[in-house]
Design a protein around this ligand. Structure first.
Ligand SMILES: *Cc1c(COP(=O)(O)O)cnc(C)c1O
Length: 376
């Protein structure tokens, strides 16, 4: 093992080199075509992504954030409404809830999976609740059977945040095909990443799909006739062409992530201060992140280990260091430290190790060896 090489958290260049010829060919074709926004390349990608996800409709847009925003808009979630979601996610999930004028209501996570604790959902429902927004964090699916049952009982919409989980399954169904709308991000570091920003919504409801298409195009169904205030949120043809190619490799890349996760499990399972991530047996995860917990009676333990790893050439990340209910912007919501203790503890203990499909066994060996060395 060469301990002098640095291990990055992910390596987009290495992935690009494996598909360089196909991608450059497709990009040059789009450039020569003169059709840069929308058009057949985007439509074809939407169809392919709908087929992949197992839904009737896919509407592509500019980012995962826009996908979540447009989903809320399409379901007419707004002022006076509450949306139940996780405090342990990327800020975009709740930013859009606030942006449409609604209020995020945070439910604590399950310590084992980092996902919404479905046991706590029902207690958070009020007469103002309009939707539940489960986040399939780090690539692991939420227990969607439980979420859908609770949502149906109270007549709530379900918007799945699938940004980190493209290809993940719950009980044989792809995430994004179970709730009313699935929202995806094609940010470069996601499992299906473009070479720029991109996003999409999936749904089986043709009326919702038509409404989202109208909203993403300035509230217009017929050119220059505007029936609502919408946005400009379209996927570029170049990105769609690249995504069409990458979609063909996605299952293979996800399998490589699963193999890497298995190796991490085996190597890290029996270290007293390390808790490895747990999977629900009814789901298939796609490991956007491999996130361990480092716990000792010492609040800086995780950060010290991270620093030591960095000094020895192993990059790691902290997703996420401050739970959303404690963010400065949400002070007005009235949560206090201790309000959602499982999420708060996770934010002190989590560490995401390098994880990308092209990671070699050598690279992974160095990560494990160095981590064990830092912990001893
Ligand atoms: C990345 C991400 C988003 C936002 O996606 P963008 O394409 O970056 O706008 C939303 N939610 C989660 C959980 C994410 O990881």
């Amino acid at each position: 093992m060469d301990l002098s090489v640095n291990i990055p958290p992910l390596d987009l260049v290495r992935q690009y080199t494996t598909i360089e010829a196909e991608v450059s060919d497709a990009v040059l074709k789009v450039l020569a075509s003169g059709g840069y926004i929308g058009g057949p390349v985007v439509k074809d990608f939407e169809q392919q992504f709908a087929n992949y996800t197992g839904v009737a409709e896919c509407v592509a847009c500019n980012s995962g954030t826009d996908a979540l925003f447009l989903a809320l808009k399409a379901l007419e979630v707004g002022a006076g409404d509450e949306v139940i979601t996780s405090p342990f996610t990327f800020f975009a999930t709740t930013e859009v809830i606030t942006a449409v004028g609604a209020t995020p209501v945070f439910v604590d996570i399950d310590a084992a999976t980092f996902n919404l604790d479905v046991e706590k959902l029902t207690a958070a429902i009020t007469h103002k609740t309009k939707a539940i927004m489960p986040v399939h964090l780090f690539g692991q699916p939420v227990d969607m059977t439980a979420v859908m049952k609770i949502a149906q009982a109270s007549n709530l919409y379900v918007i799945e945040d699938c940004a980190q989980s493209t290809g993940a399954m719950w009980e044989g169904q792809k995430v994004g095909s179970i709730g009313h709308i699935g929202c995806f991000s094609f940010y470069p570091t996601k499992n299906l990443g473009a070479c720029g920003d991109g996003g999409a919504m999936t749904t089986n409801d043709a009326v919702i799909a038509a409404k989202i298409r109208m909203l993403r195009e300035h509230g217009s169904r017929t050119r220059y006739i505007h029936e609502e205030i919408g946005v400009n949120s379209r996927l570029d043809a170049i990105q769609a062409a690249i995504l069409q190619i990458k979609l063909r490799y996605l299952d293979h890349w996800n399998e490589q992530r699963q193999a890497i996760a298995q190796r991490y499990h085996e190597f890290l399972a029996h270290i007293p201060t390390v808790a490895i991530p747990q999977e629900l047996t009814r789901g298939v995860g796609v490991w956007n992140q491999y996130t361990i917990r480092l716990a000792k009676n010492d609040s800086n333990y995780r950060d010290r280990v991270r620093q030591m790893l960095q000094e020895r050439g192993v990059s790691s990340m902290v997703y996420y260091p401050l739970a959303l209910h404690l963010q400065p912007v949400y002070e007005n919501l009235g949560y206090q430290p201790g309000s959602l203790p499982v999420s708060e503890q996770a934010s002190r203990e989590v560490l995401s190790l390098p994880m990308f499909p092209e990671m070699t066994i050598e690279q992974q060996d160095k990560v494990v060896y160095t981590l064990k060395d830092c912990l001893s």
